[in-house]
Write a protein that binds this ligand. Structure first.
Ligand SMILES: *Cc1c(COP(=O)(O)O)cnc(C)c1O
Length: 413
């Protein structure tokens, strides 16, 4: 343990999440800036050689080199840890970098992971493909069937990995139940909290041990930077992942950290507002004659509606998916043509597979995010050619309805 510590901002111990979102970080510099400073510097200067030696030996906590210590990055880490309710946080260059760091830092050859089949596509490639090369095996299981998770656990299982709600079907898994399975097996539960963010869902309160984030999505919130983070106890973050970061170097740039830091200030009101708009849009879509089915955890028709409401502060989140009619009458080809027609008729929505932006995005999962799967794999995952995913932003909801109605009304006519 280092003796000299980098100070914290003085805040009341019972400060609430909204307060921490705008205040947690580091004390201001002697210049008294109100907005957090952006420290674009690769290294830090020491007053003398002995102090430099103490800092390099970790006897004194100080800023040394921006691959592992930078004040702007630290402010973002402290703020995100405060929001997630964890002791610590380490920022990474991307969301995938966060998962890479987590698995490299905690597992070794011979260890086993249990992971939902419905997680982000690159996560499946990283865990199921890349890590298999190093002797870490992953079993993929159902997002919603807890018994399948339980049966997949082996004596060598070290990690359960979940993401909830899933993309694009918004399937919700039971975090508390998965935490019980993990802990009963002497393993850890990591949750990718990208879609809800701590503004709606705090997985550690439900028993999860670690949180991974793609800061690229709602944490930035305006589609500007690629960023990531892992949140968890100091025994893992500071003792295992920080030393690994020193060697592995998948660090977040101070500029990107600053953008995310400022994004966190409005996270809670953005998530509330975007989630409200998404629910209104989902309800409207549900009664549209050209729509076959709508997926949003806030709808009473959602299979895990009750669980989602309990787990996500009564909010469904900002992602809505729906299936345009056509498959029954004309098969996959007509369904795909209809989906493209709806997407191409929009004038407001951005046609992009990204999400988490204040600008509403619209995408056809079967030909973009899930385009590399075979049609059979896609159908097994429940992703049909008529499916459209909308990640709702902050535009007026009536404008968004009108944007989608243009294509949908033409199909219904
Ligand atoms: C985008 C995303 C990631 C990967 O994050 P990047 O910042 O793009 O590397 C991981 N998980 C989920 C759920 C995502 O949506």
């Amino acid at each position: 343990m280092s003796e000299k510590k980098i100070p914290r901002r003085e805040l009341p111990a019972d400060a609430r999440i909204e307060t921490l979102a705008v205040r947690e970080g580091l004390p201001a510099t002697p210049w008294g800036e109100n907005s957090e400073a952006l420290f674009l510097t690769s290294s830090f200067v020491h007053p003398d050689a002995a102090t430099a030696a103490a800092r390099f030996a970790n006897e004194e906590e100080a800023f040394v080199y921006s691959r592992f210590t930078n004040p702007t990055v630290m402010m973002m880490e402290r703020r995100l840890a405060a929001l997630e309710g964890t002791q610590s946080c380490i920022a990474t260059s991307s969301g995938m970098g966060a998962i890479l760091l987590l698995v490299m830092g905690l597992l070794r050859a011979g260890d086993h992971i249990v992971c939902s089949r419905s997680v982000f596509g690159s996560t499946i490639k990283l865990l199921g493909g890349e890590f298999a090369k190093f002797g870490v095996e992953t079993t993929f299981v159902s997002q919603t069937d807890v018994q399948e998770w339980r049966r997949a656990v082996r004596p060598s299982t070290r990690l359960l990995f979940a993401e909830t709600p899933s993309n694009p079907l918004t399937e919700v898994c039971d975090i508390a139940a998965l935490a019980d399975i993990a802990h009963g097996a002497g393993a850890l539960l990591a949750v990718d909290n990208c879609f809800c963010t701590p503004a709606l869902q705090q997985p550690v309160k439900l028993g999860a041990d670690l949180i991974v984030h793609s800061g690229t999505k709602y944490l930035d919130g305006q589609g500007r930077v690629i960023a990531g983070a892992v949140c968890g106890p100091t025994s893992i973050i500071d003792d295992k992942l920080v030393p690994l970061m020193r060697s592995a170097g998948i660090c977040l740039s101070p500029f990107n950290a600053w953008v995310v830091l400022k994004g966190l200030e409005t996270l809670s009101i953005r998530m509330q507002a975007q989630s409200e708009r998404a629910l209104a849009l989902a309800r409207w879509l549900e009664q549209h004659p050209a729509v076959e089915r709508v997926y949003h955890p806030g709808l009473a028709s959602h299979p895990q509606h009750e669980l989602a409401m309990r787990q996500q502060s009564g909010c469904g989140g900002a992602v809505v998916s729906f299936i345009v009619k056509g498959q029954t009458a004309g098969g996959a080809d007509l369904a795909r043509r209809h989906a493209f027609q709806v997407i191409d008729a929009t004038r407001i929505c951005s046609i992009t597979a990204n999400l988490g932006d204040t600008k509403t995005t619209i995408t056809h999962p079967a030909s973009t995010s899930h385009g590399r799967l075979t049609e059979d794999q896609r159908l097994a995952a429940g992703i049909t050619q008529g499916m459209i995913r909308v990640a709702v932003g902050l535009e007026h909801v009536e404008d968004l309805k009108a944007d989608l109605a243009r294509g949908l009304d033409a199909i219904a006519a």
